[in-house]
Design a protein around this ligand. Sequence first.
Ligand SMILES: [Zn+2]
Length: 503
Amino acid sequence: MVRRSLGVWVALVCVVTLLAAGPRPAAGQGGSAADWTADFHPAMLPAYEGDMKFYSAAPRYAIALNIAPGEDETLVSGQQTVLYTNSLSQPLDTIVFRLYPNLNSYGAQMSVGEITTDGGAAIKPALDDTRTVLTVTLPAALQPGAQITLTMPFAITIANDSRDLYGQFGVLGGILALPNAYPVLSVYEPGKGWWQEIDHPRGDAVFSETAFYDVRVTAPADLILAASGSEIDLTANDDGTLTHRFVAPLMRDFSLSASARYVTLTGEQDGVLIRLLYDPAPDGALAATQHGMQIARDALRIFNEVFGPYPFAELDIAQTPNSAGGLEYPGLIVLNGDVWAADTDYFTFLIVHEVAHQWWYSLVGNDQIRHPWIDEAMAQYSVAQYILATEGQDAYDAALESFRTQYELFAETAGDNPIGLPVSAYPDQETYWALIYQKGPAFFAMLEDRYGHDAMISSLRTLFATHRYGIATPESVQSTFEQTLGVDLDAAFAEWVGGFPVG
Ligand SMILES: [Zn+2]
């Protein structure tokens, strides 16, 4: 059964990767230094609220978003204030934000106005030719440990029912899919500078650091919203709109989906509120959603046990018309609505794979363009752990064997390559799927053959414990595995992952 269902999943070649208001103080800035995390507590499970105080230097966003759907276009406008702390050991002359909606794969038009600092300076930011890299030249170098607050207005114009790449971003069939609908801080990599990659012909687009989000979304009252984090306040406005306030602490991204047709099914697992937002119109929609809820609960429970705890109070899973199958964001997963309604094994696979991304991508981050294997191989290997827990050893062995044989079959006919290449180095979707989603977990299966299942799980538990809220690199994955397994993995990583400078 499992072999067959994995075959189905493989055959489908999913890409599962897969009010305008005045300036506000960034969240917590108004309180004493001791209680700046207070507003964020509702979005963390009580046992993990204490995690926040270790990340006082993480960026803090306060965002006001206004969503104005029109007949042909939807306008998303707003203003954000970011409290940025220089956590590096060197001064910074610039800070870079990414305008992801301007990517060809997102297909919208985004602009940012004049930026003001808490020191009163007004800065006209520079936009590169791709219109996705916004560079803010600071009035004076920001010294290590120093903070600056930047406030910026922005606007995004979306042509309704215009589809680009996976339909990841936009307004399709009345469903708003709005990941990264604000200027997103990029990542400064010492020795390389600010991350500015745009080349993602497939796969995911974003590389970002863990941050704190306090987001007020003003939208027509009939829109039902799903978002990263937890909604902590709802206000009715005189013009008939509603303002929803979300807090999303320790998340590397803020994503939002909305539809007037969404109906919400809620559930709970290990203290986490799970919300599934779906279109009730298709026959069997509720039954499919109830099935999806059970899968999501099982996946959350199993990954909590196997890898370590999901620390957030909520996880949302919402339908969108994306053609990737599923897409992962911190605290929010979006799944294709037709796949959802059909409720086949592929639906099961998508939920489990995307829930696994909450551990691998959301909590443990990575550069999804340069090192897509890290989160995808781990998400796939995690699907196998779900199969082990729900179907037993034989099914697990068959799942790992399926990864190996699918990869080997591809490599024999189409040629082999390491898994450690950037997304753009894999020439087409089939190659990307075979090498990242099949060979990737086959690499872990090989290590499991050598060192045992318990040792591999121990390695991933250690990786999760040491990189949670942080960023994993090929080097740090290798060194974590080497320390946990007590072996030298230079040869294995060179053979499977490919060459990268090991420090
Ligand atoms: Zn994935």
